[in-house]
Design a protein around this ligand. Structure first.
Ligand code: UDP
Ligand code: MG
Length: 331
């Protein structure tokens, strides 16, 4: 299972937010995979506590106490899933990094297979949710979301892909250079390119607790993905605006034609059509301004160059800073 070849240095990054019921069982399941892997490789686990307000921190402290290969990054508040993943990725310094959710929905049993694909020369191993134990609503919104993204964006993002993936060191370095505030890692990894393979998997049910993505959060996530990866929405606004300009020109021509033929007296009762035009044009303008506003807002947040997350503390035995330079042979 672990295969032949050089000893690899592997980081596993797991974001957690209020998962007190889940941590111990998740870690147990993960270790069933990690223990055999450690015979052939150096495997470190990095749990990112994304500002949990329950006992997740205490549970993680227990886990870290029992294994010196475990580091816990404690963020100063809840920064969100993508930021938590980023914190873990920033800390990673192995030949490859695997990220997976800490709620048990991403089966850790795939990790050895992902490593085999890495050895076969792939730099990115994505996973794709197939037959899932997730609800119909989630599946439907997810499908619609990816269809919309591929229609308007120019970066191809694998439908149903999760933040369960392996990236090699060069991809990790690429991601580190992308410091945008509104992060959509699936899109960023796709944008980076590299040799990519997709591994299908059946998503499991959560070990316990509840999903942290409320409808509002999912909407914000979709907006981040859309507006940070596509300028098409502003383009649409512009097109709608132009179409209304053409309509207005046609209207002027129409009215002038009455004057040209001396029938202007018949033009009197135009109130309703006028109001109609006024409202439609107003709506088009508002749409255009609104879309512009969204992008301006995004630009505003990006130019502030705020950090994506803040650390309160780092627990565990891992080195405070990644060792400088590549200290091991390329695979
Ligand atoms: N998560 C996080 N910060 C957040 C929300 C979620 O670190 O603000 C973690 C969460 O603990 C879980 C993973 O990200 O390990 C995925 O979250 P969730 O299961 O709520 O999302 P879903 O499976 O519905 O996509
Ligand atoms: Mg989940």
């Amino acid at each position: 299972m672990t295969g032949e070849g050089p000893r690899l240095s592997i980081d596993i990054v797991v974001p957690l937010y209020n998962e007190e019921q889940v941590v111990a069982e998740f870690h147990r399941r993960l270790m069933e995979v990690v223990i055999p892997l450690r015979r052939a490789h150096d495997v470190r686990i990095c749990y990112v506590d994304d500002g949990s307000i329950d006992q997740t921190g205490a549970e993680l402290a227990k886990v870290a106490a029992g294994d010196e290969g475990v580091t816990v990054l404690e963020l100063s508040r809840n920064f969100g899933h993508q930021a938590a993943l980023t914190a873990g990725l920033d800390r990673a310094h192995g030949d490859l990094v695997v990220t997976l959710d800490g709620d048990g929905q991403h089966p850790p049993e795939l990790i050895p297979e992902m490593i085999e694909l890495y050895r076969a020369g792939y730099e990115v191993v994505l996973t794709q949710r197939v037959a899932a134990e997730v609800g119909r609503f989630k599946r439907w919104t997810s499908a619609a979301f990816y269809r919309m993204l591929s229609a308007i964006g120019d970066t191809d993002i694998t439908a149903g892909s999760a933040d369960y993936r392996l990236v090699s060191r060069p991809v990790l370095e690429a991601l580190r250079q992308m410091r945008e505030y509104h992060r959509f890692l699936r899109g960023m990894v796709a944008w980076a390119g590299f040799r990519t393979v997709v591994l299908p998997y059946a998503e499991r049910a959560r070990i316990g607790g509840r999903a942290k993505y409320s409808l509002a959060r999912m909407a914000r996530f979709a907006a981040d993905a859309t507006f940070s990866f596509s300028l098409v929405p502003v383009g649409i606004a512009l097109l709608v605006g132009l179409a209304f300009l053409l309509l207005a020109a046609a209207e002027v021509a129409y009215v002038l034609s009455f004057w040209a033929t001396g029938q202007q007296a018949r033009l009197a009762p135009g109130w309703s059509s006028l109001m109609f035009m006024l409202l439609i044009v107003g709506a088009a303008l508002m749409i255009a301004v609104g879309l512009m506003g969204i992008y301006v807002g995004y630009i505003f947040q990006e130019v502030k160059r705020r950090p994506v997350y803040l650390l309160r503390a780092v627990h565990g035995n891992a080195p405070r800073r990644p060792p400088p330079g590549p200290d091991r042979p390329e695979p």
